[in-house]
Design a protein around this ligand. Structure first.
Ligand SMILES: Cc1cc2nc3c(=O)[nH]c(=O)nc-3n(C[C@H](O)[C@H](O)[C@H](O)COP(=O)(O)OP(=O)(O)OC[C@H]3O[C@@H](n4cnc5c(N)ncnc54)[C@H](O)[C@@H]3O)c2cc1C
Length: 305
């Protein structure tokens, strides 16, 4: 089970220099800076400590300049999308957090597809395709992830997007923007490229279709629900679903602190107000150990710690 990334390398003095640089950058570029951001408000489960510095980039140019500046201070970064899969440490994140907004949270429809900013909300993007009678994304479900998080999940092997993604634009420090184009030979971008990059825009190939033929998989429930929940916690193994393995090991509704396993398939986390990131980590470790002892199968986490 992974441990949290906290980014211990943002040293005293380094933050001030970086902030100064980002403030200078802000004069010419669309970057918003937020200091001491409470990650509980930015993640679905509502856990995690404080992010020392969040740079909200409104354009692809802002992303590359921000990444270049961060790299010039010898630092790494964390990209935060919808916060549905990323579990930040209760001690917070001390490297800069990059998040996408402005033109990177918008999309444009085309006759046979759409170009979406990586910060756009998947649920809104799916509704827009439905309104425009374009089929292809409806099987994804209508959830509050970001397009960038969806691409990362695809590259991590948890979601299937083959045939739907036409190209992906990515930025990494010290490089010109890169465009990965889907071809018959390479249907998924290389994980090591994506893990070192921030995805900024994606083009989806969609089919013009009648409304009756587009069947949305699910509509995300109303946000007024009392408890917050994630998507799947563990990946399915080759021979059995994670939900079945958890049930077999007696983990149904297992709880630690303010978090319990639940959801329609029993492989989701449900969090109350007192939940902490360490509760999430403990519950995942205990459930994984119980499944291993009861079934001999090792479960792998779908969450990003
Ligand atoms: C087993 C499994 C099955 C799933 N099936 C489906 C499905 O069928 N349909 C569906 O819609 N969703 C599905 N999901 C959910 C999907 O994984 C989420 O859409 C996505 O992972 C989380 O998006 P987010 O924006 O909340 O990312 P976050 O929780 O904010 O971040 C998750 C990871 O993505 C990285 N990331 C976020 N944005 C970017 C970016 N712009 N550039 C680079 N990296 C970025 C983060 O750094 C982090 O590592 C599934 C998830 C799992 C685990």
């Amino acid at each position: 089970m992974p441990i949290f990334l906290t980014g211990k390398n943002l040293l005293v003095g380094q933050l001030e220099k970086l902030e100064f640089g980002l403030r200078e950058l802000r004069r010419n570029t669309d970057v918003e800076l937020h200091e001491r951001v409470d990650l509980r408000a930015w993640t679905t489960l509502g856990v995690g400590g404080v992010a020392t510095l969040v740079a909200r980039c409104h354009s692809a140019i802002a992303v590359i300049q921000t990444l270049d500046l961060i790299a010039s201070h010898g630092l790494s970064w964390v990209c935060l999308g919808g916060g549905t899969r990323l579990i930040a440490s209760d001690r917070g994140i001390r490297v800069p957090v990059v998040s996408l907004t402005g033109e990177l949270a918008r999309w444009e429809m085309e006759l046979d597809g759409m170009i979406a900013g990586a910060g756009a909300n998947l649920a809104q993007v799916c509704r827009a395709t439905l309104r425009n009678r374009l089929a292809g994304l409806e099987s994804l479900g209508y959830n509050d992830h970001s397009i960038g998080g969806l691409v990362r999940a695809w590259v991590d092997g948890t979601v299937r997007l083959v045939g739907i993604v036409d190209w992906i634009e990515m930025q990494r420090p010290g490089r010109e923007p890169e465009r990965w184009q889907a071809t018959k030979g390479q249907q998924v971008p290389a994980a090591e490229d994506l893990h070192r990059s921030v995805v900024t825009r994606v083009r989806f190939r969609l089919r013009p279709s009648g409304l009756a033929e587009i069947k949305p998989r699910s509509i995300s429930p109303n946000r007024t629900r009392a408890l917050r929940s994630t998507g799947p916690v563990f990946l399915d193994s080759r021979d059995a679903t994670a939900a079945d393995l958890l049930a077999e090991a007696g983990c149904a509704n297992a709880a630690v602190g303010g978090v319990r396993l639940g959801g329609p398939r029993g492989n989701e986390l449900v969090a109350g107000r007192s939940a902490t990131a360490i509760d999430v980590l403990d519950l995942c470790r205990k459930s994984r150990d119980r499944v291993l002892a009861a079934t001999g199968v090792e479960l792998f986490s779908a969450l990003v710690f």
